[in-house]
Design a protein around this ligand. Structure first.
Ligand SMILES: Nc1ncnc2c1ncn2[C@@H]1O[C@H](COP(=O)(O)OP(=O)(O)OP(=O)(O)O)[C@@H](O)[C@H]1O
Ligand SMILES: [Mg+2]
Length: 250
């Protein structure tokens, strides 16, 4: 079943046509990774699916409900069901880890302080950072900051999580760690996961399905292996011969 159904999405910023009739289904419980050149509209697509950017045309259905054209109040309700790890992954620097991870719980739920404390502790344990509630973001390494941002994204236990470049700027060990965490969170929380990344090795390792954005549309979608076998020139050019050999070998 499709949790998100995108049909004919169009979005332009002035003369810059970014989405040009994009169609995509996101299936419940899958890990789908959206790949594509820098500037191809990956982040715009995620933001459109959260109502942070209004599309010019087309339809977005979430859990069988049309969400395009919703009021801001309705979007607030929809967004409670979606976790988002933004590309910038900014934590609130003046708040400690506890306040960061518990933020949405306080804003969006009626949980008591005791329940929030318990949920924050559980969620920090899920990202393998138990007991760091009192630390400030400035005292964390880049890898830890990403994991705290992951914890913040899933603290409300969303049905679907968007990860925009979850491993950007991390060293290879932390890239692997964050990707493992992402799969762990999918399993333990039973969430649908939409990932955006430039890291093709990671995309191949974690995804049930890939979708390639090109010229404002989904140029190709399918299991990762199908992206290595296809003759489609757009896919072949995007992956490149060198990377194809690397991916085949791994
Ligand atoms: N708020 C905005 N106003 C104007 N143009 C925007 C806005 N947001 C995005 N764009 C433009 O839309 C295009 C797609 O941007 P987007 O951020 O989605 O790219 P991306 O695929 O996520 O790239 P990257 O891989 O570098 O993160 C770019 O040309 C960008 O300049
Ligand atoms: Mg982006």
């Amino acid at each position: 079943m499709a949790l998100f159904e995108l049909r004919g999405l169009r979005k332009a910023f002035g003369p810059n046509l970014v989405l040009d009739g994009l169609d995509l289904d996101i299936v419940t419980n899958e890990v789908i990774t959206i790949i594509g050149e820098s500037g191809s509209g990956k982040s715009v697509l995620l933001k459109a699916m959260m109502g942070l950017i209004e599309v010019d045309a087309g339809s977005i259905r979430f859990d069988d409900q049309e969400v395009t054209g919703q009021s801001e109040r309705e979007w607030v309700r929809t967004r409670r069901r979606i976790g988002m790890l933004f590309q910038e992954s900014a934590l609130f620097d003046s708040l400690n880890v506890y306040e960061n991870v518990g933020y949405a719980l306080r804003e969006q739920t009626k949980m008591s302080e005791q329940q929030i404390a318990k949920r924050v502790a559980e969620t920090l344990a899920l990202v393998a950072l138990p007991g760091i509630e009192e630390m400030m973001p400035s005292d964390l390494s880049g890898g830890m900051r990403k994991r705290v941002a992951l914890a913040r994204a899933v603290a409300v236990r969303p049905e679907i999580v968007f990860y925009d470049e979850p491993a950007e700027g991390l060293d290879p060990i932390n890239v692997t760690r964050v990707n493992r965490l992402l799969l762990g969170l999918k399993k333990s929380l039973n969430v649908t996961s939409v990932v955006v990344t430039h890291n093709l090795k990671a995309a191949f390792a974690i995804s049930d399905r890939l979708a390639l954005i090109h010229d404002g549309q989904i140029a190709a979608t399918g299991a990762p292996e199908s992206f290595l076998e296809t003759d489609d020139p757009v896919v072949r050019e995007f992956i490149g011969d060198r990377m194809r050999r690397v991916l085949r070998a791994s």
